[in-house]
Every structure is written in C-alpha cells, then in structure tokens.
Design a protein around this ligand. Structure first.
Ligand code: ATP
Ligand code: MG
Length: 374
C-alpha cells in the first residue's frame, strides 16, 4: 500500500537579488495506491522540483508530503522507501551493472545472498541478465536506462519516481521503452510518479495525468478526460498534437439563435445545444472557440451534416500524410488546422467546405482562460 498526498506543497528558491522563484505553488495532489501518475508540463513548470521534494532531495518551503498518511517532510531520503530514476541515469562508471544495482542494498546492509537474489530477479524482469558483469560505458543508452530502472526495482520501494527517464533515448527506443515501463508498472503493482514534458508519454502511460504550468496544477484527470474536456486553454493547447485550435471571436445572437463569429473572418457557425447552454452570460462578449483538428471534416467525405455548422475556407497549405491530410485553413488573422480524410485530395489554394463537429467543441472565456463548461 502506498498513497502519496501533497498538500499546499510550496517551493520557493530564494534569489539573492530578491526576485525569488516560486517553483511549486502550493499544490494539492493525491496519488492513489498503485497508480501511475504522470506530471507533465513545459520546461520550468516545477515537475522535477515536485519529484525531488517527494524524494527528499529538495527541502520543502511549506506544506506537507504524506506517504500512507504519515507526514515525511522531515524523514531522511534514505528512510523514505522511495526509489528515483533520473534522466541521466547516474550510474557509477567504475562499477559493473551488478554492482550498480547492488549498491543501494549494500549501503542498507542487506545480506549478500539477498542482494544477489534481488539483482538477479530485477535483471530477469528487465532482460539484462547477460549484462551484469559489464561496465556502463559498454552499454547502449537503452541498456543503461534499464540498469537505472533495475537499481530502483531491487529496493522494492513503496513508490517509484521517474524524472524524464526516456529523454536520452532515440525516438524508436522511446516508444518501446515506454511500453516496457507500462508493463513493469502492471507487473510490480506499485505506485509510480513519472515526470515528462512529452504529452504523448503522458497520454499513453498515465492512469491519470497532472498538467502543470508555472508551478500550478492546471488539471488532474484520466488521459481521455483531459483530452476531451480540457479545463482551460493551457491544457487544451498543451495536450494533443496538433494542439486544439483556439479561435478568437464573439458569441452573437440573431433571431433567437446563437452563433460563434470568428474575429475578422468568414467563419460563422451556429452553436450546438451544449455550447448554447454554457454561453448565456457571454453573448456579445469576446470568446474563444476550441476545436480539435480531427473534429473538422471535409464535407465531401460526409453523407450527412448540419449546414449551420459549416464554413467555406481557403486551404493555405495541404499536407497529405497518407491516411489523412492536414489542412491549414485561413480564417482571417487566425489559422485553423484540420485533419481530414485524404480521399477527396484537398489541395493547397483550394476553397473547401468544412463541417465543424461542434458537439465536441469548447468555449473558453479569454479573461480567465477557463472552459465555460466547468
Ligand atoms: N536550484 C535552483 N535554484 C533556483 N531556481 C531553481 C533551482 N532549481 C530549479 N529552479 C527553478 O524552478 C523552476 C522549476 O524548475 P524545475 O526543474 O522543477 O522544472 P521542470 O518542470 O522539471 O523543467 P524541465 O522540463 O526543464 O526539467 C524553474 O523556474 C527553475 O529555473
Ligand atoms: Mg525537470
């Protein structure tokens, strides 16, 4: 059993010039027993600082960290029963793989045969039994990464912490290692907290994702909930590739019907019922329409669609990808990216009629950046 509770967790790095850096801004987060929680966000948002405070490598400015209900703020790192895998793996170059994996257990005065047994088990799980006598310099990046994970596994910790463990691997290796870490999580059934700036890793690995920005938590939820119902414009544009289209405009009322009119643009669409429900207080005010690229369709590929949700726009650039084509649509000052079927061969410079699936769209208040549906 291992739950991790962060409450009002604060980290301020003092700066001699007086402009202190608030790296983590009083965050509240509960990681459930056996959960794979991913902390994701842009560089500098406070992910590593959060992880390092949980590990005890960084002092807490204020707030509490609890493991299984016990406050551990003042517990020594070595007594926290937590193992961390770092981005640079931090292997000892003069030690063999076996010695690297055994080192933490030796320090903790484990018996020799217990150490050998644990290292052997971990090596089997990771498929590195043949490498135990090698030194780190004679390993590939992927193998080093496994040794670093192995060193954590042998400790049988309550909580695993990973700080960007895949960022030194090439793209192909990252994909396969990603799947291995997910499998490992199922096999070990332990609580894991995983830091990355890569939203694809977050989406594919997390039981839940915690999106951070500027030391604050923007949203915590399951990957698909975050993807389909972003709480704010930051999450909408951070999760998903290409990012959600965010179009500035206003809600206008005409003959008892509400429309979204994009600024300086021919894009004007009738709001869907659920968008109408959330927009009562926003009529004639600035608004941001959020729509994912896959919810923009070439009408030539559809048999049925509502004409009130269509727009005739010019394709600035068409990028055929094979199964689909990315189209960059000009809507006045703003551009809109659609991912449409390639059948009708949408081409650069062409006028195209697109249907916007407004049942999947969102409205954001540009003042608060919040999703009106929240
Ligand atoms: N030792 C330090 N002294 C002063 N400021 C620091 C220190 N460590 C981190 N910071 C600042 O705290 C903020 C958060 O840093 P942190 O390393 O947690 O970010 P991160 O989300 O892990 O980013 P990255 O994706 O680049 O690793 C940043 O603004 C960073 O410059
Ligand atoms: Mg970091």
């Amino acid at each position: 059993m291992a739950t991790v509770d962060l409450s009002k967790l604060l980290k301020i790095y003092p700066n001699r010039k007086g402009d202190d850096v608030t790296a983590v801004n009083q965050i509240d987060l509960t990681i459930k027993d056996r959960e794979f929680m991913v902390l994701v966000g842009p560089s500098g948002c406070g992910k590593s600082t959060t992880l390092r405070m949980i590990a005890g490598l960084e002092e807490v400015t204020d707030g509490e960290i609890k493991i299984d209900g016990h406050v551990i703020n003042n517990v020594q790192p070595k007594d926290r029963n937590i193992a961390m895998v770092f981005q640079n793996y931090a292997l000892y170059p003069h030690m063999s793989v076996f010695e690297n994996m055994a080192f933490g257990l030796k320090l903790r005065k484990f018996k020799k045969d217990e150490i050998a047994c644990r290292v052997q088990d971990a090596a089997e799980i990771l498929g590195i039994e043949d490498l135990l006598q090698r030194k780190p310099f004679a390993l590939s990046g992927g193998q080093r990464q496994r040794v670093a994970v192995g060193r954590a596994i042998v400790r049988k910790p309550k909580v695993f912490l990973f700080d960007e463990p895949l960022s030194n691997l090439d793209a192909k290796m990252r994909v396969s290692t990603r799947a291995e870490i997910s499998k490992l999580h199922t096999r070990l059934a332990s609580t894991m907290i995983y830091v990355t700036h890569d939203q694809v890793e977050a989406m594919t690995m997390g039981d839940r994702i915690c999106v951070m920005n500027g030391g604050d938590i923007m949203q915590v939820d399951e990957p698909l909930t975050i993807y389909n119902n972003p709480a704010n414009m930051f999450v909408a544009s951070f999760i998903g590739s290409p990012p959600m289209n965010l179009v500035n405009g206003a809600i206008q009322s005409q003959d008892n019907t509400l429309y979204f009119q994009a600024d300086n643009s021919p894009l004007r669409v009738k709001l869907s019922n659920q968008l109408v429900d959330v927009s009562t207080n926003h009529i004639d005010k600035p608004i941001v329409l959020g729509i994912r690229s896959e919810d923009i369709h070439d009408v030539r590929a559809l048999s049925d669609y509502e004409t009130e949700h269509t727009a005739e726009l010019t394709i600035d650039v068409a990028e055929p990808m094979g199964n689909e084509t990315f189209i960059y649509l000009s809507t006045g000052q703003q551009s809109l990216i659609g991912r449409v079927r390639s059948d009708a061969r949408p081409a650069t410079g062409e006028q195209i009629k697109v249907w916007l699936d407004l049942n999947k769209a969102h409205l954001f208040d540009p003042a608060t950046e919040k999703n009106l549906a929240n």
